[in-house]
Design a protein around this ligand. Structure first.
Ligand SMILES: NC(=O)c1ccc[n+]([C@@H]2O[C@H](COP(=O)([O-])OP(=O)(O)OC[C@H]3O[C@@H](n4cnc5c(N)ncnc54)[C@H](OP(=O)(O)O)[C@@H]3O)[C@@H](O)[C@H]2O)c1
Length: 325
């Protein structure tokens, strides 16, 4: 894909990945002049989450469009108006699948060239399904990645595509700050098999690489992004305990632990999303959430670097929390 006058639409720019990706795209030489079209339900919230310096936020190639991201004709009009050639498709929460497939129908209607889909680290192929990979997939927001990815893999869409498969974000640990500092509890069950961890900055770098590539070398591929190590419950508790200089207990994945987790989540997340996260935790406990050596090495080739260190993240974050106290 030619790099001249490219135009990229990015959903969830105010989210965990978008907050790292937008400043990166605007400040990287190869992408700084691309038009970035950011549909959002709340423009003021998006601007505050991005917290861009004036020189970047005033760029004429930064288009923040406020509207209903479930309104497909509106998304389609943005794609046409800004002659978008590449879409980064990233939705979360209970409507993830419908928002995703609806957006892709708009991509098809306007004839975009390349789609980048933020999914999760797992094999969603028909071979994997036949071998039983869905057996313990209990959570809807995990299950929905199977039909979405299969639409790309087997549906012959009229655009090239690259899927990014991140593992569990480092930044999710920010949600456990109060429990860690007050009760010395890491209140998410990391499980017996453990989970690979990923810095959202590495996912943003992956998105930048996929945008630069435009499907030339990485089209039709899924790249997993995360640490080689799968961190188990006791290991994570020890890392946080050492960094905070106190005892930290790991949360288990027994039914009473999961009940406690759900009760804590419901006031913030609502009932449907809280249960979905609990079901994900049960799945992780049974299956783990990790990557193979081969997948890790492919990531290193794709990103051009090793994965960021979870241990460094824990140390830096604990230091910052202690400095605030
Ligand atoms: N968190 C993890 O550890 C993890 C791990 C692996 C994979 N993933 C996957 O990565 C993707 C992004 O997850 P995330 O946790 O980083 O989420 P996020 O992007 O931080 O999610 C919040 C975003 O959702 C957008 N949104 C748009 N329409 C929405 C709607 N109808 N309802 C709710 N939100 C809407 C919001 O944008 P506006 O309000 O600006 O419109 C907001 O920016 C998901 O597919 C997730 O499953 C996450």
């Amino acid at each position: 894909m030619s790099t001249a006058s490219r135009s990229i639409l990015i959903t969830s720019a105010s989210g965990n990945i978008g907050q790292k990706l937008i400043p990166l795209l605007l400040s990287t030489l190869s992408t700084a002049s691309f038009t970035l079209v950011l549909p959002t339900r709340d423009a003021a919230r998006l601007r505050s989450k991005l917290a861009l310096p004036d020189a970047l936020s005033a760029r004429p190639n930064l288009v923040i469009a406020e509207g209903d991201t479930a309104n497909v004709p509106w998304l389609e009009s943005l794609l046409r108006e800004h002659a978008v050639d590449t879409v980064l498709s990233n939705f979360a929460h209970v409507e993830e699948l419908i928002l995703t497939l609806n957006l892709w129908s708009a991509c098809e209607a306007v004839g975009i060239k390349h789609l980048i889909y933020i999914s999760a680290c797992m094999d969603t192929s028909l071979e994997a399904v036949r071998a039983g990979t869905l057996r313990n997939v209990l959570a809807a927001h995990v299950a929905c990645k199977f039909p979405a990815e299969q639409r790309l893999m087997y549906g012959s869409p009229p655009f090239s595509w690259t899927i990014l498969g991140p593992t569990l974000f480092f930044q999710s640990d920010q949600m456990f700050k109060e429990a860690l500092l007050k009760d010395g509890l890491y209140n998410f069950p990391m499980g017996r098999k453990g989970s690979s961890r990923v810095d959202t900055a590495d996912i943003a770098l992956g998105a930048l690489r996929a945008i630069e590539d435009g499907g030339k070398s990485w089209g039709g591929k899924k790249i997993m992004i995360g640490s080689r190590e799968a961190y188990k419950a006791e290991r994570v508790a020890k890392l946080w305990g050492d960094a905070l200089g106190r005892d930290v207990t790991a949360m288990g994945a027994r039914s009473e632990d999961l009940k406690m987790l759900e009760d804590a989540l419901i006031p913030h997340a609502g009932g449907a999303w809280a249960r979905d996260l609990v079901l994900m935790a049960r799945q992780f406990d049974m299956d783990g959430f990790g990557m193979t050596d081969e997948q890790y090495q492919e990531q290193v080739r794709f990103l051009g670097k090793e994965a960021s260190s979870y241990e460094d993240f824990v140390r830096k974050t604990a230091k910052a929390w202690k400095a605030e106290a």
